[in-house]
Design a protein around this ligand. Sequence first.
Ligand SMILES: Cc1cc2nc3c(=O)[nH]c(=O)nc-3n(C[C@H](O)[C@H](O)[C@H](O)COP(=O)(O)O)c2cc1C
Length: 365
Amino acid sequence: MDKSELEKRVSIIKRRKEEGITLCLEKPVQARKVTTLFEDVRLFNDALPEIDFDDIDISTKFLGHKFDAPVFIGAMTGGADMAKKVNKNLAEAAEELGIGMAVGSQRAGLLTKGLAETYSITRKVAPDIFIGSNIGGAQLAEGFSIEAAKKLVEMLDADALYVHLNPLQEAIQPEGEPRFGNVLKRIKELSAGLDKPVIAKEVGAGISDTTAKKLQSAGVAAIEIAGMGGTSWSGVESYRAKEANMGLKFKAGNILWDWGIPTAAALYGVRKAVKLPVVASGGIRNGLEMAKAIAMGADLCAMAWPLLRPATISGAKVKEYIDETIFALKTAMFITGSRNIAELKKARHVITGELKDWCEVYDRA
Ligand SMILES: Cc1cc2nc3c(=O)[nH]c(=O)nc-3n(C[C@H](O)[C@H](O)[C@H](O)COP(=O)(O)O)c2cc1C
């Protein structure tokens, strides 16, 4: 590629990455008529917890790494100046809190040093935490090599590589690559060839029990469910399709705005289907939802969109949001008599309403 072509590609990437952030900040991009279904999960109150609030231990382990709280900053960005600032602030908060984070899709980072720095800033400001690299399943399917994947991991000295599986987003995105022909085979090769764990994730439409089983046999080390009820990537891309005068994509993006497996339902199905560590995500917004997710078997809980606005301001603002989440989680642990995360995982709960319908389908499988 000659210099002017490279400059053109870099500027297109920067624009696209900035559009993703700006749309998420300025437009309604959350699920419209559907929810995560965590409202259908009820934990039992324990009026006799026999523990002191201050003795509650929320630390946990994930893929051999210690986390000071079962909280994760979901994959978001990189590849633009604004993204560099967001990543820096997210990483600052994650380092201070002793939790993990992932960066957004990193292919752009291979193009120039300047773009690479928008991702590697995370490791620079957060030397001690678990950081995840990120690549798309569509890119893997199209031949993104294991050597190139290793470079993404090296870029951040990452502890794992996330592969995002986003067929709906690719179908609606104006420049999407909705070609997933041999994606599972490529995930298998990647899991075998990379010396770091591979984690499969969705981006808000959820992983099902059957998909989870296929991913487990392909050798992934963990699954982030990224279910429905939070950010809609069909929605975000439909705004972009409208701008690009792509009527079919704009309309389909609206029709499928709320498409997906509600997060609590995806969690139930995946937890039942596989033995792997599971990260609950997609529309998780507070510590009570986190407590419910952990009681249903999640190992960590990730949030993305709620942390974006604070991350445009400062690391302290990101930390403030996560501190609130952690305090509510700890309170939920106190009133369920859960001394630590292992005990919270066993907290009794009731499943009601629509979620019960989903669970019945999984139970029959
Ligand atoms: C601004 C923004 C950018 C995102 N970019 C990526 C990405 O590059 N790669 C990825 O795997 N997920 C990406 N996601 C998806 C999130 O990791 C997450 O799965 C999804 O937004 C659902 O979680 P939420 O409801 O907490 O936002 C992005 C999310 C946001 C809000």
